[in-house]
Design a protein around this ligand. Structure first.
Ligand code: TNX
Length: 489
């Protein structure tokens, strides 16, 4: 047995983590979090105190002053602007823990690493081993897409998921807010969307929606954890909730019936109806105005009953509406078949199709977000015995979620065109938080490491040993998770 307890595993694996061999930092009654008294840091300090306090079971004080006093967790910001740089440094010694970053988001990453490094000593005290961590993400977009349309995800459950995202250093929450089965976001210019189309879900289950205030609260909660929200309004297909609420979007002028099945591809907008352009402009303007992040997702997937020309016209109209509202466009991979402005983000999901159009889109300046169904669709079953989930993209065991390389995934799309990695969870079969986390855990941690850690530092055997420490953490939070037989839990 080593005299000094081993350093707990950190996921995603940091670029550098070195044990110095010194005595550990011990969290005591008098431990405080110390931070400069800047408005943008106060929230972070409170978050740190809250996260540490929650693990230690006592409340931890925050002080806004510099001091060389021992027994402190010191948060320091070394640059004044932006939150793009998420790199951080964590140095723990017997006397103090120093967290240094260039942005508030970087400090959140450092706090999460600190939280993962805490261990309970035999005497019940909590310790941080003496280490030096220097870390930075591989990709700037590390997302989770959540389908809140097929089944609604209540705000309190969404916050649990955002907390989990932050714990694995994910930084983009993509909300799939509309689909055939329901409309989940209150939109100022189109009040009937939530009035008439929010109460339904797949299978006749209860629905729901986020009011404008709920959405602002979600955005703020996520932002405090270094997570940006990317809202998706899926057009020109997957729109039955919209055509059910607004009959003027259909050729007959009659609203369509509510839909609670799980077929895809049947609903659509019509380019030549006068109401269509107004709908796209006003809805995307409203959604953009509610969203501080720089991206809005226009969907664009699985439109199975439309000629390519009309599809391209509608994708262009939706994209123009997003850009007019000052945002950048994201769309599912099908939009790569239409002319795209440089900088548009194409989200790759269906690996069964030919790669050439994607290579051409990359040439023309599109960026790629990698969500390959057979690795990153966390609504897929783990194996044939998994009760929930779908299996159209195959079964995804933990190792399948871990062992893949984003930069070489699409032949002809160069590594520089890859903006990041996003897991997705579709909710046709997932009705509550237990169902969601039983599919997300442990696979979300695997995807997070693919997105954060450089390939040279990634190794399946090493990962399957490190993930073991996460089980007790999920248990403490009361979350359901899957005991993958690939891990010695
Ligand atoms: C494909 S992925 C879809 C969704 C389904 C999902 C189920 C994508 C862009 N479209 O509509 O919910 O498969 O796994």
């Amino acid at each position: 047995m080593p005299a000094v307890p081993a350093v707990p595993a950190v996921i995603p694996k940091p670029a550098r983590l070195e044990a110095t061999g010194d005595e550990p930092f011990v969290i005591s009654e008098s431990t405080t979090v110390v931070v400069d008294g800047r408005p943008d840091l106060i929230g972070i300090a409170v978050l740190a105190a809250d996260l540490l306090g929650r693990v230690t079971g006592r409340s931890i004080e925050v002080r806004y002053a510099d001091s060389d006093a021992p027994d402190v967790v010191r948060l320091r910001l070394t640059a004044a602007e932006g939150d793009a740089d998420e790199s951080y440094r964590l140095v723990s010694t017997a006397g103090r823990v120093e967290l240094v970053a260039k942005s508030p988001a970087g400090l959140v990453r450092a706090i999460v690493t600190l939280r993962q490094l805490l261990t309970a000593a035999p005497d019940g005290s909590l310790r941080v081993p003496s280490v030096i961590v220097e870390d930075a993400p591989r990709y700037r977009w590390r997302g989770l897409s959540i389908d809140v349309a097929r089944h609604f995800v209540a705000k309190r459950d969404l916050k649990v998921l955002i907390g989990l995202m932050a714990h694995y250093k994910l930084n983009v929450l993509h909300l799939h807010l509309s689909d055939d089965q329901g409309w989940r976001l209150q939109v100022r210019s189109r009040p009937q969307l939530t009035r008439l189309s929010s109460s339904t879900s797949v299978n006749g289950d209860p629905g729901g929606y986020y009011s404008a205030d709920d959405y602002a609260d979600i955005v703020a909660f996520a932002s405090a954890r270094g997570v940006r929200v990317v809202p998706e309004i899926d057009v020109p297909g997957h729109v039955n909730a919209a055509t059910h609420a607004y009959g003027n979007l259909t050729p007959s002028g009659e609203p369509t019936d509510a839909y609670t099945g799980i077929e895809v591809g049947f609903s659509r907008l019509y380019a030549d109806l006068p109401a269509t352009g107004d709908f796209l402009r006003e809805v995307f303007a409203d959604v953009a105005a509610m969203t501080p992040g720089e991206y809005v997702h226009i969907g664009g997937d699985e439109v199975l009953t439309m000629e390519p020309q009309e599809y391209a016209t509608l994708v262009a109209a939706a994209s123009a509406a997003v850009r007019a509202a000052g945002k950048k466009v994201v769309g599912w991979q099908e939009i790569a078949h239409t002319p795209l402005e440089p900088g548009t983000v194409v989200q790759y999901w269906d690996t069964r199709v030919e790669p050439e159009p994607f290579a051409a889109a990359a040439q023309a300046g599109a960026l790629f977000l990698m969500s390959p169904g057979k690795h990153a669709y966390l609504d897929m079953k783990y194996d044939a015995d998994t009760v929930l989930g779908l299996e159209w993209a195959g079964h995804i065991e933990l190792r399948d979620a871990y062992e893949w390389e984003p930069s070489t995934l699409i032949p002809g799309v160069p590594a520089e065109s890859v903006i990041g990695v996003e897991a997705a969870i579709w909710t046709e079969t997932l009705r509550d938080l237990h169902a969601l986390t039983s599919m997300l855990l442990p696979r979300l941690a695997a995807i997070a490491e693919v997105a954060w850690t450089v390939p040279e530092d990634r190794d399946w055997d090493d990962f399957r040993a490190r993930i073991v420490d996460q089980g007790p953490f999920w248990d403490r939070l009361g979350l359901s998770w899957y005991r993958s037989p690939q891990v010695d839990w």
